[in-house]
Write a protein of this length. Sequence first.
Length: 286
Amino acid sequence: MTATVAACILLLPGEAATVWRERLEAAAGEDWSVLPYAGQPLSAIAHGTILLVSDIAHARHLEPARWIVVALAPGEAARAAAVAYDLPTEQGLWVVSRLLAEASTLSDALWITDQTVGAIEIVPGLRVPAAEHLPEATDASAARTALSLFAGGPPRHGASAQWARDLFRHTSTSDVVQGVPERLDITGRGRILVFGPYVSLPPGDWRIRLRFWMDTSAAKASWRLEWGDQARFATHAFRPGRAGRFEVEISHRWEAAAPSELRLALDVPAVDGVLGFEGVRVDRVG
């Protein structure tokens, strides 16, 4: 039996997706019904309709004949999501990464990650032409770099991205602050010093490589690194013992799409010491 919904198309927030939608609607003309999905029951949807969705979690039950993920300009999408939902900038990244991580669990979905490729067949008989005269991409934001995991579609084995310091949070002497400075004073009680970035990852084995430096006082302290999906964590305890630059590696398996969290914790009180957190590389290893 043919599916009622010809296709469900996930659109990220932002101008790139809006422009792509305009090209889709122009190509569809009067021959195809292209509608935003607003939670209407399946019985109210005309046969062969193409639905535009903002979150696959609310549309999985429609069981369309085809899923399409329009994942253009994810860095711009993160900024647009923050504006649209009145969120802090870093939380726009959380929203978009969750959408992309969940979309990565769809089997046989068509991912559109480049506006300049040739005409794309959405459903038999409906093709969306390539965009022309696109402005050169100049976005070099941390969000774009973090979301490069999804640049070519669902992240496969070997996919990698850099997560910069400003994606993480740190615990100061009196508060929690977004972004980690180049030099972090560790003086005080034992506590989680650095945590985040809450970028969602799809199911699979994910490894992080944490890069940092420590002065002599910090290197003599006991440290703990935790890495996981907020429900379960892999843990690694370490004590460098000498000043220098280091790299610590740890892996964890995601059973479902979920936000990621790194926790770098000082296990004992410190009377002085300086930590230099240099960011994280994340790799899919299985």
